[in-house]
Write a protein that binds this ligand. Sequence first.
Ligand code: DGL
Length: 266
Amino acid sequence: MKEQPIGIFDSGVGGLTVAHAIKQILPGESLVYFGDTAHLPYGDKSAESIKYYSRKITEFLLNHNSKVILVACNSASASAFDSLKLEYCDKVIMMDVINPVVNYLGTRNFRKIGVIGTKRTIMSGTYDEKLMEKSPQTEVISMATPLLVPMIEEGFIFDDISNAIIRTYLSNEIFSGIEALVLACTHYPIIKNQISKFFNFNVEVIDSARTVSLILREALEKNNLLNDSGKVIDRFFISDYTSYFEKIARMFFEGEINLMKADIWN
Ligand code: DGL
């Protein structure tokens, strides 16, 4: 059991931001990652489609012997996590990327925060509802920023195009006076510095990667599942080949990565 990998999935490169943080906090763990590049972006899909994809991917990760299934995608966490948890929590530890962030925000006393994410995540109202419960004193302003995922997946980072898109979204006056901005999409940490810079580093920019990794460590410790064998194998699967995925994966995981195409949809 201890040697089994952590199963992680996202629509594309976004979950790599979480996988990277896990590697820093839990270097002894093996990962099996699935990027559903054939269906990217999830943010424009219906909740039903995302549930269907998420269930199939969970089965795939379980077939690869995962001891944890981590839904490293906000759109899937908002649309599919509750049903996945219900179905699989007897077999495996189930984790998402929304609850840990909401719990963290509950420990802070922000007066006003912004939340940006995909259309699916923002329209689901999941953050607003959960934050209302955990930190009722906080005013929450949510906005869908659907151009950011295709922009990142196409490699527009730290250039004029990305600066213009980020500025156009974040200069909306609904965000005036926010103390923190939640990156409610696992792709967005890739442009976190640009976002912080837009706010002249005066707004706390919060993403899920580190918080989720710390909760994962706690869960593994509690269940006596920390891999102490010294054997680490990371595998990365995608449902459609994109050279950009490989480039970003290499950037996060330095050097050779074990990338395979898995055709789970036929
Ligand atoms: N990274 C994902 C999220 O956190 C999915 C983005 C997308 O595919 O639209 O929502």
